[in-house]
Design a protein around this ligand. Structure first.
Ligand code: DAK
Length: 256
């Protein structure tokens, strides 16, 4: 019980595994999740990642409220920083991360899904930022990432009311890319991850980083970084192979 890491070819599947607690994250599990992503980052045999929750009820039902209830200010600061570190690790590893949201994604669970590059949902997925009802604001990045995904108005509504957003609404507001039957979710995520894994790892990681820059600062800065990263690929093995394969009408084989 804790965090499971399995590899299917070039795809890693990270599973938060505490289904009897709806995969809520206490410090121990959050630290293990952080270690797992920090281990995946430099592993060149992994080209895409899926994050999901064990069982059929929850992705992650949030930070562990029972542990949080006893935190003092210093403990709360450390817990917020730990959550931020997990989210930043997801955001900054070179491999894209797909959240396969198979049930409740509440509070910190919703926030960690927002740090993923792509969110796919099962029909039973439920998103919410219920923190204001617990006497706290979101603490693992929700105030910063949710507005970027669904826009400031809808983010404010979700965060200020704490109301639950089911899969069909999540799809409508762009919180998830697609909704699948629960028994199809992981296979669909795996197929998408495998498709990503066939592409140039260098181009994929550069694209991930550049997409992250789209919302950081003025667009001109992101465009300048895009031009730089685009040019930097030229003359490298992946760019030569990718374009040669097209011209020679064969699938590309990227060494990475
Ligand atoms: N924490 C701890 N335990 C949880 C939990 C959670 N978030 N969610 C579920 N569980 C546990 C339940 O306590 C129960 O355990 P036992 O009582 O059996 O030991 C087990 O999981 C099954 O849950 P239920 O019996 O409650 O199942 P139900 O089907 O009746 O209800 C539910 C499912 C998801 C509606 C309900 O469990 C629920 O409302 N859970 C709480 C969801 C929630 O409010 N999540 C957001 C947590 S707040 C910050 C740092 C971090 C954060 C904020 C600020 N700073 C330091 C500034 C992050 C905040 C959050 O994530």
């Amino acid at each position: 019980m804790g965090i499971d890491l399995k590899q299917h070819g070039a795809v890693a599947i990270v599973t938060v595994n505490q289904p009897d607690k709806l995969n809520a994250l206490n410090t121990k599990r959050a630290e293990a999740l952080l270690e797992t992503f920090l281990k995946i980052g430099p592993d060149r045999s992994i080209r895409a990642v899926i994050m999901t929750g064990a069982g059929d009820r929850a992705f992650i039902a949030g930070a562990d409220i029972k542990q949080m209830a006893n935190l003092d200010r210093a403990g709360a600061t450390a817990f917020a920083r730990l959550g931020h570190s997990v989210a930043r690790a997801i955001e900054t590893i070179p491999q894209p991360v797909i959240a396969a949201v198979n049930g409740f994604a509440l509070g910190g669970g919703c926030e960690l899904s927002l740090a993923c590059d792509i969110r796919l949902a099962a029909t039973n997925a439920v998103f919410a930022q219920p923190e204001v009802g617990l006497g706290i604001p979101p603490g693992w990045g929700g105030t910063q990432r949710l507005p970027r995904v669904v826009g400031p108005g809808l983010a404010a509504e979700m965060i200020l009311t704490g109301r639950r957003v089911k899969a069909d609404e999540a799809l409508r507001i762009g919180l998830v890319n697609a909704v699948h039957e629960p028994d199809q979710l992981l296979d669909t995520a795996l197929a998408m991850a495998q498709q990503i894994a066939k592409n140039s790892p260098q181009a994929v990681s550069a694209s991930k980083r550049l997409i992250g820059l789209a919302f950081a600062g003025h667009p001109a800065a992101g465009l300048s970084s895009e031009a730089h990263a685009f040019a930097a690929q030229f003359g490298g093995a992946d760019q030569r192979e990718g374009m040669a394969a097209f011209i020679e009408k064969r699938p590309a084989e990227f060494a990475g």
